[in-house]
Design a protein. Structure first.
Length: 619
């Protein structure tokens, strides 16, 4: 079924794009878990103009019929793939393209989708402001029905403003300096993810939330409609291949909760990533179809029991890798859909069963491949570069985070939410603590089916489901003594004087390792290792690298109370050279050996750690 969906998406994209020319970048359907057959990709060549003085509105740029220079969407202007490659600060810029709504779409809602615009975006149609959105990581849609006329051409203008140095907006790993440094990378401004448009019937669907209920062998579907009609019906059809295994029809109401029992349930896991095909149909009283949407769903359950992570009612050890989601030619944007798939394939080849998606909200196509290939993911906010003690920054982050959870709620591969990373800034009037706890409870209210890692590393406040710590101690013996449970029952806490103590929550080391190994793949690269970022003293040989890596992994695996790990990291990123692969996704190591290290059993790791400690004590 994976092959069928992939081919269907490619065919639909080809048909839809035929009138817009060839070589449209990222032309696959951007939202694969909620897919319509009729849509229009708006990626490709737009015109643009920088607005360094933020005077564009005074100059009436919102009424533009086109700017002097071209840019390739959906790539940010800092990236080579945009055709610009301007890496200095861009406080604001303007985009323009002509918009033509097909005549056949008359009488329907016209939705304009933006998968990502960093940070504040204002949308104009023919010079009229139709929407303003805050949040560089959150996707959003604009109903432009009242502003456009099918069969006519219109001027679409997007004004994007971005100020990562203000510390009032989430920025993730974007550098607040002119250049990249250490583990901070090239900035991302403006449109960085696909743009598309689609028609939806007047009583069509806005969204459907899917909740798998494994214990009761059913899926719960929560539809939301653009408009409601008491005469319309909503039908959910669940299929295993060509066989219908569940179906239910209800009134098309925003208060509907549709429980669909499934016979002979098949579960989703990294080892067996089975997915059900789902179809949503909205039908009017006259029997005509108002909306028809294709989706998929995975039957899986995640929970914590007595400090242990469970998947589908079985203990499951998470062997994650840190993934920053950066690309040399696209920054936050993968150059192709295949590049997203390949990142997961490379991680699985290295022995990981999932990833902590670090300081970035990932492309919905990435989750599509994670779902289909069998790969656990943690959804994370780009919380860095903001002031956690500032109330305006907190408001900005909370609003953006809510949108991100809502967008990805139905994704089977997401098994945890992690809103904050390393909040080590000292508190001001309790504002950091307030934000941290607000994020925990907001996330739990939006989604009670997944655990929350409130703060990964840094200062821990009072509420979290998984207590996640970071350590980059390189010596394995020192690492063991740091992590072993103390006689009083306490565990490793990096900032014990500024953190709430561990209270028996599930415990993970979700950053460790980070061993620097510089692979000279291109002559243009810097040749002095000290100019690169990594942790600890560089290994002097590959054998030393493998030994240090294996002993560190062994230590983590051998500690009984640790329920999973996340290794730093899957690929090098700019100056950070601690990846398993290079930034170009080339191999640095013997991958069979790497795979054996990361997939080793906990029993074997414990035996090897015991032997290591005896040998070191003897020395």
């Amino acid at each position: 079924m994976t092959t069928f969906r992939t081919l269907l998406t490619a065919v639909l994209a080809t048909v839809t794009l035929s009138s817009y020319g060839e070589n449209i970048p990222r032309s696959e359907y951007p939202r694969p878990q909620f897919e319509r057959t009729e849509w229009q990709c708006l990626n490709g060549t737009w015109t643009y103009q920088f607005d360094f003085g933020r005077s564009g509105k005074e100059s009436q740029l919102q009424k533009s019929k086109g700017f002097a220079d071209n840019i390739t969407v959906p790539f940010c202007p800092e990236s080579p793939l945009s055709g610009i490659g301007h890496t200095d600060f861009i406080p604001a810029l303007w985009y323009h393209r002509t918009l033509e709504v097909p005549t056949a779409w008359d009488g329907q809602h016209i939705l304009l989708h933006f998968a990502g615009v960093d940070y504040r975006s204002t949308i104009f149609i023919d010079g009229i402001e139709v929407f303003c959105h805050y949040g560089g990581a959150a996707s959003f849609a604009v109903d432009i029905t009242r502003y456009v006329k099918p069969g006519k051409k219109h001027d679409l203008v997007v004004f994007a403003e971005d100020d990562v140095r203000s510390r009032l907006q989430p920025g993730g790993k974007q550098s607040r300096r002119l250049h990249s440094y250490e583990c901070f990378y090239t900035r991302v401004t403006g449109i960085w993810a696909p743009v598309w448009m689609e028609p939806v019937g007047k009583n069509g669907l806005k969204d459907v939330r899917i909740t798998p209920d494994l214990d009761n062998s059913m899926f719960i579907f929560e539809p939301e409609f653009l408009e409601t009609d008491v005469e319309a019906s909503f039908t959910v059809i669940v299929k295993d291949g060509q066989k219908v295994v569940g179906q239910k029809t209800v009134n098309a109401s925003n208060s509907a909760f549709v429980a669909v029992p499934i016979k002979k349930v098949k579960t989703w896991s990294p080892e067996s990533p089975f997915l059900y095909d789902v179809e949503y149909k909205v039908v009017g009283a006259d029997g005509k179809t108002i909306d028809d949407v294709r989706a998929y769903a995975g039957m899986r359950k995640v929970e914590l029991r007595k400090g242990v992570f469970y998947l589908n009612n079985q203990p499951y050890y998470q062997r994650l890798v840190l993934d920053q989601g950066y690309y040399p030619d696209g920054q936050w944007t993968a150059p192709t859909d295949e590049a997203l798939r390949r990142d997961i394939v490379l991680a699985k080849e290295a022995g990981f069963n999932g990833a902590r998606l670090h300081q970035k909200v990932f492309d919905q196509r990435f989750f599509y491949w994670a779902d289909h290939l069998g790969y656990l993911t943690w959804g994370e906010s780009p919380s860095w570069e903001m002031d956690w003690t500032n109330q305006i920054a907190a408001r900005n982050m909370i609003a953006e985070w809510e949108e991100c959870i809502q967008r990805d709620y139905s994704v089977p591969s997401i098994v945890a939410w992690s809103p904050l990373n390393e909040t080590w800034m000292d508190d001001v009037d309790g504002q950091r603590a307030r934000l941290t706890n607000d994020l925990y409870f907001i996330t739990r209210r939006f989604d009670r089916t997944r655990p929350v890692v409130t703060t990964s590393g840094g200062y821990h406040e009072g509420f979290t489901d998984i207590y996640a710590e970071h350590t980059y101690v390189q010596d394995p013996v020192a690492l063991y003594h740091q992590l072993e449970m103390k006689p009083d029952g306490s565990v490793y806490n990096h900032f014990p004087d500024k953190s709430a103590p561990w209270k028996g929550e599930a415990y993970m080391i979700d950053e460790f390792g980070g061993i620097r190994w510089v692979q000279q793949m291109k002559a243009k690269e810097v040749t002095t290792a000290d100019e690169f970022w990594g942790y600890g003293k560089d290994p002097q040989s590959l054998d030393e690298y493998y030994q240090r890596l294996e002993e560190q992994v062994n230590v983590i695996l051998s500690i009984p109370y640790i329920t999973g790990f996340c290794y730093t990291q899957i690929v090098d990123v700019e100056l950070e050279k601690n990846g398993i692969y290079t930034y170009d996704r080339e191999r640095k190591f013997d991958m069979e050996r790497i795979h054996r290290i990361f997939t080793k059993s906990r029993e074997q790791a414990t035996e090897e750690v015991d032997q290591m400690l005896k040998e070191r004590d003897h020395q």
